[in-house]
Write a protein that binds this ligand. Structure first.
Ligand code: PHB
Length: 392
């Protein structure tokens, strides 16, 4: 059914003057959670998109950009697929974007491939996602990209000899586990235990009790940013792992927006991430100021904000370059090799349609009475290591 509709749509597209004429509006469909436990992701995406739109007066060259939002609720692949089809067939969007969760991005891969619609992934991070459709381009990160640097740091500079791994049991968690193991072991570290925790888990105590009993030097964790990541950090402190000297290392578990709800327990946690709130650059300062001015009551930016802001940059620049005629293959070709200054630091899109960027190793400290991620080490221009280890 979808195949037939796409065929008809392609035919209609060649006849419809709105798609071909100069000044035509280019529509972007954004699929993200705007409700439920992960709703903050949708808000952060939308705010950053609106800042980008305002800074560019909503125009990509001669073309007005119109963004249409759809609420996927959370990790829900069937709904993500349905929304993608609806946006393509009914709204006739020329770009798709968004996608917080790996299973949602994977579910739209066949739809996107069939419709040849360029699709910008603002978050979903599992390394292999971009290989599931040639029309995907990603402006977030991969677990491998941020974990390699922290695993090496832990074994070499951090004085950590052995570690326990606890990850959420789905794509990015599996990537995290594999990346940590490989980098930590090759830097001389030993893994003393590992556990995969179901995505829907809210009580981490039984898992963390076993980890406490194993007495590792450190616990490495991955959980999707939001209630699960906050829950893991709190359990590490509340279950006595912290006080018994087990260090906590991770990636997105100590975002600035989550630190107030974690509280002082977060002090000393070391993470590596592609976005850090304290990054010192004029571009970042302007981004933060524009967000604050337009959305004074919303939280400070996080990875979702830069994923969406940079994703819009790809959409605007490519739309300009193609003169508003969005051909999937040409769009992706134009996105490859793009380089720009993002609020997160310098970035580029590589041949595999993933983002090359700095990785910041940070430690939670109190600065001026406020819990903050302080950068202790920056690894410049990191490419996704998974793609290099697993060539096509
Ligand atoms: C993912 O599902 O790929 C994902 C979700 C949330 C994160 C990171 C990765 O914070």
């Amino acid at each position: 059914m979808f195949r037939i509709l796409v065929g008809l749509l392609a035919l209609a597209g060649t006849l419809a003057p709105t798609h071909a004429g100069a000044q035509a509006t280019v529509k972007v469909g954004v699929i993200a959670p705007f409700s439920g436990g992960f709703a903050i992701w949708g808000t952060q995406f939308k705010n950053a998109i609106e800042v980008y739109m305002a800074e560019n007066k909503g125009m990509a060259g001669a073309h007005k950009i119109e963004v249409i939002y759809r609420d996927v609720g959370g990790p829900n692949p069937a709904r993500a697929k349905q929304l993608a089809e609806e946006l393509l067939l009914r709204e006739r969007v020329q770009w798709l974007a968004g996608f917080v969760f790996t299973p949602n991005a994977l579910a739209v891969a066949p739809v996107v491939t069939q419709a040849k619609v360029p699709t910008v992934i603002f978050n979903a991070a599992t390394a292999m996602i971009t290989r599931q459709s040639p029309y995907f381009v990603r402006t977030s990160f991969t677990p491998w990209q941020v974990i390699y640097p922290i695993a090496e740091w832990a074994a070499k500079g951090g004085g950590i000899k052995n570690a326990y791994i606890a990850v959420t049991d789905y794509g990015p968690g599996h990537d995290s586990e594999e990346a940590f193991k490989k980098a930590f072991k090759s830097s001389g570290g030993t893994i003393v235990g590992e556990v995969r925790i179901p995505l829907a888990t809210t009580d981490f105590s039984p898992y963390f009790q076993r980890i406490a009993d194993a007495k590792p030097d450190a616990l490495f964790i991955f959980a999707p940013a939001g209630p699960p990541s906050v829950g893991m950090v709190k359990t590490w402190a509340d279950r006595g792992l912290k006080s018994s000297g087990i260090k906590l290392i991770g990636t997105g578990e100590t975002q600035q927006i989550d630190l107030p709800s974690i509280g002082d327990s977060a002090l000393g946690v070391v993470t590596a991430y592609h976005y850090t709130e304290g990054h010192d650059s004029p571009k970042h300062k302007k981004f933060k100021a524009d967000l604050k001015r337009m959305f004074p009551n919303d939280p400070v930016p996080n990875l979702a904000s830069v994923g969406a802001y940079d994703g819009m940059h790809v959409i605007f620049e490519v739309t300009k370059k193609l003169g508003g005629k969005i051909d999937g293959a040409k769009a992706i070709q134009a996105a490859k090799g793009m380089k720009w200054e993002s609020p997160r630091g310098p970035v580029a899109i590589d041949e595999e349609r993933d983002i090359v960027q700095n990785v910041y190793v940070r430690r939670v400290e109190k600065v001026g009475g406020e819990l903050t991620n302080v950068t202790v080490h920056t690894v410049p221009n990191v490419k996704d290591p998974w793609k290099e280890i697993n060539p096509k």
